[in-house]
Design a protein around this ligand. Structure first.
Ligand code: AMP
Ligand code: MG
Length: 334
């Protein structure tokens, strides 16, 4: 397939491709999405095929504004409107009951549907122009780290999709928070760009899904049970001080070992491949950098990635969640 690389002036072209059943990688503030017309079941099927995505892993429907919820969802609780007023457009996905017009191909057979209004000016333009809800999972090959730049999308999807819309690097860098509003109290199924503390300012009794807190339990968001965000190399997630982390890493062979550290720690690992993914004191820099670094280290020369685990404050909670997934669920305390 001939893939077109589109830019900031091309919102109308991207919308046309979506309307005619094509696939477009679209920029959002979280990660890039692999978008298709969510009402076109053939186009939706194509998303699963291109990503190699398991059939039971549902997609998120992206809409231009909160009013769109009425068209695609039923039994919408008042809390949904309170949340959209505070957090939309933004990195919050709401799970609500679907209306019959939402294809089961999008929801993987579920009676619920995931809804989000992304906060990226270019993609909001595309959504408005397309006039359809856009189904989009992250724009990476299934299992691989998510894409946060157009270059990443080119790497994974060139010649497999109709277009890639370059909207620059993603500001947040990890996927949206998924909040289930079909249960009481509301439950976070996946941590992301909107933190639990922020949600509790609006809904004080919001809970974390037991699968996020209890080892051995599987989170309810169907996608979370799969191996995810993983480069070829083994990822080892390590919690401890800078000195403890440096001691652990220094004992490993230089060849084949890469280090994912915080800014200021780069000099501690002479002889090793080192990438700094952000500042420990500013978790939003870690979320913005984590997937880019994991992808850069996804080469045959790297067999082991030692990642320094950040604190779980703010968006750090989502960063730890993604790194833990990449590390096969294991966190090593030094
Ligand atoms: P991705 O966009 O690739 O991060 O995948 C979307 C995520 O949303 C996956 O983890 C899905 O399991 C989750 N998701 C989508 N629809 C639903 C739903 N109806 N209920 C629970 N989780 C959902
Ligand atoms: Mg994904």
């Amino acid at each position: 397939m001939n893939t077109r690389l589109l830019g900031p002036g091309d919102a109308a072209a991207a919308a046309e491709i979506l309307k005619s059943g094509g696939l477009v990688a679209i920029p959002t503030e979280t990660v890039y999405g692999l978008g298709a017309d969510g009402l076109n079941t053939e186009a939706v099927r194509h998303i699963f095929e291109v990503k190699g995505r398991p059939q039971d892993n549902p997609l998120i429907l992206h809409v231009a504004d909160a009013q769109a919820l009425e068209r695609w969802c039923r039994d919408i609780p008042e809390t949904a409107w309170e949340l959209t007023r505070r957090f939309w457009p933004g990195p919050l996905t709401l799970i609500l009951y679907r209306k019959p017009c939402v294809p089961l191909q999008v929801t993987a057979g579920l009676e619920t549907v995931a809804m989000r209004c992304p906060d990226h000016p270019l993609t909001r333009q595309v959504l408005q122009m397309a006039g359809v809800p856009v189904a989009a999972p992250s724009a990476n090959l299934s299992g691989k780290p998510s894409t946060t730049t157009a270059q990443h999308c080119i790497h994974d999807l060139w010649s497999k999709v109709d277009a890639i819309l370059d909207g620059g690097p993603c500001r947040v860098g990890v996927e949206s928070t998924i909040l289930d509003l079909t249960v009481t109290p509301a439950r976070v199924l996946r941590p992301g760009g909107v933190t639990l503390e922020q949600l509790r300012e609006v809904l004080p009794d919001t809970e974390l899904d037991p699968g996020l807190v209890k080892p051995g339990e599987t989170p309810k968001a169907p996608g979370m049970k799969y191996r995810h965000y993983s480069p070829q190399a083994e990822v080892r997630l390590l919690r401890g001080s800078s000195a403890q982390f440096a001691d652990y890493v220094r004992a490993l062979p230089d060849e084949g070992t890469a280090v994912l550290c915080f800014s200021g720690e780069e000099e501690n690992f002479p002889g090793k491949r080192v990438l700094c993914y952000g500042s420990e004191a500013r978790p939003e820099t870690l979320s913005a950098g984590v997937f880019d670094c994991l992808r850069e280290l996804d080469t045959p020369a790297v067999q082991l990635i030692c990642a320094h685990c950040p604190s779980e404050a703010g968006v750090g909670y989502a960063v730890v969640n993604r790194l833990k997934k990449a590390a096969g669920g294991k966190l090593i305390c030094l």
